[in-house]
Design a binder for this molecule. Structure first.
Ligand code: FAD
Length: 419
């Protein structure tokens, strides 16, 4: 009998949302993950479901990166290296830090934003998932008054796509909640976005998939892709030597997707951007919703009775020791915006990797030169947000359904040469 199974490599938010949408369409799906517990970037991220948020490639971002290279405490830090791959990636990244590219990205990301929150809310509702989901928007908090113009300019860029923003003064914030320090000048409120507990979402999605009969095999490290004589990808090879055959293999292994794709002669040029989180308990007050402390670039999200600070972007090879000063910078940063941080206690510390492409956009689509292989990765700092819509795009492609967004708009995320 013909094998119609789809194997998804990676049980992060991208792999699980893809498996979910495929399973809902009656496809036989198997998910493979090398870990025994769910602890990927998809679980440890900041929990901001920030629709309409732009990519890393913004005008000036590359020069800021170079300046910050010499300060390993800075929010964005690139470990100095002469690696040709890193240098090529930086050059391509620099070439994409233009207003024209940003406008093209926003056109795609803003369209995906509306579809993704719709898809998320349907999943939460259908599967009765409790992941502390709150549709209260997020706050771009700033201390320096002069940043208001920049912040409002960024907000204005997504207004044409229907995204609403409000300005809230520092005094208004403090009137409602005394956690905000006097030094805060104000905030731009991105009204349409949401916050959630990402670990709870991922674990609940995995349970929902299991309940739908999807096999999620943990402790299953994929070491390579199987190909037949014609070059077609026929499945995945596991570290145990077992071969899992599939009609289509979906690579959704985050930053590790590139290593696996190379096995099929394909490059998905990405750099790992490590971030950290600290989870704080015992605070007398919590911010009213999540957001970003702009001057220190630290995202924060209240999760139940706790506060998560999650951020810093450290471009360095996978597996290097944690940098304590970068974790401490999250707490130091938060003390500048919130009262009482010093009275809380840290219950958890974590680090994980964002898969960052050089043009700032994810890569989602079938690989023309390798039939049977499909890639869904490169979501950088937007993976939680774009996970649900990515699942829909993957399922529509593989089931031959019309897409939920115009193909012309999706062109920016389709597999492309970009190293
Ligand atoms: C500090 C931080 C804060 C962030 N905040 C936000 C935020 O607020 N909002 C937002 O939208 N995004 C945020 N992100 C980005 C988001 O977390 C990522 O874009 C997203 O998690 C990527 O998901 P993924 O499924 O592609 O990869 P991952 O979550 O990395 O999952 C990949 C999975 O593949 C598995 N795997 C890898 N190799 C193999 C192999 N060989 N065999 C089998 N399995 C394998 C791994 O074990 C893992 O489970 C943040 C990221 C970080 C680090």
């Amino acid at each position: 009998m013909e094998n119609r199974r789809i194997v998804v490599v990676g049980a992060g938010i991208i792999g699980l949302c893809s498996a979910y949408e495929l399973a809902r369409r009656g496809v036989e799906v198997m998910v493979l993950d090398r870990c025994s517990t769910f602890d990927s970037a998809s679980c440890g991220n900041a929990g901001l479901f920030s629709i309409g948020h732009g990519p890393l490639t913004k005008p000036g971002a590359s020069w800021r990166g170079v300046r910050m290279m010499f300060d390993s405490r800075s929010p964005l830090w690139i470990r100095p290296s002469l690696s040709p791959e890193l240098l090529r990636w930086l050059l391509t990244f620099h070439r994409h830090c233009t207003q024209a590219h940003l406008d093209r990205c926003l056109h795609t990301l803003c369209a995906m934003g509306w579809r993704t929150i719709e898809a998320l809310e349907e999943i939460l509702d259908r599967e009765s998932i409790d992941c502390l989901y709150q549709r209260n928007g997020w706050l771009d908090l700033f201390r320096d008054d002069s940043l208001l113009t920049v912040a409002m300019h960024e907000a204005a860029a997504i207004a044409p796509y229907g995204y609403r923003t409000d300005f809230i003064s520092g005094n208004e914030l403090r009137k409602g909640n005394s956690i905000y320090r006097d030094e805060i000048a104000g905030a731009v409120h991105y009204v349409d976005s949401a916050t959630l507990h990402p670990g709870r979402l991922v674990r609940s999605l995995a349970s929902a998939l299991a309940a739908r009969g999807v096999s999620i095999r943990t402790n299953s490290t994929v070491t390579g892709l199987e190909r037949d004589k014609s070059g077609r990808c026929t499945g995945a090879r596991l570290a145990s030597g077992e071969v899992v055959t599939a009609a289509t293999t979906v690579l959704a292994a985050g930053i590790w997707s590139d290593d696996l794709a190379r096995d099929a002669g394909l490059r998905i040029a990405m750099q790992p951007a490590r971030g950290y989180h600290v989870q704080i308990d015992g605070l007398a007050r919590l911010p009213c919703t999540g957001g970003i402390m702009r001057e220190v670039s630290v995202p924060f999200t209240p999760m139940g009775s706790q506060l998560r600070l999650a951020g810093t972007l450290e471009i360095a090879p996978v597996g290097r020791p944690w940098m304590r000063k970068r974790i401490d910078a999250l707490l130091t940063g938060a003390r500048k915006y919130f009262h009482g941080i010093e009275h809380g206690h840290v219950t958890h510390e974590w680090a994980g990797y964002r898969p960052c492409t050089a043009d700032g956009m994810p890569v989602i689509g079938a690989i023309a030169q390798t039939p049977g292989l499909y890639v869904a990765t490169g979501h950088a700092m937007m993976g939680l947000t774009l996970g649900p819509v990515t699942g829909r795009i993957v399922a529509a492609d593989l089931c031959g359904e019309p897409q939920c967004i115009d193909e012309e708009i999706l062109r920016m995320i389709r597999p492309r040469h970009c190293d």
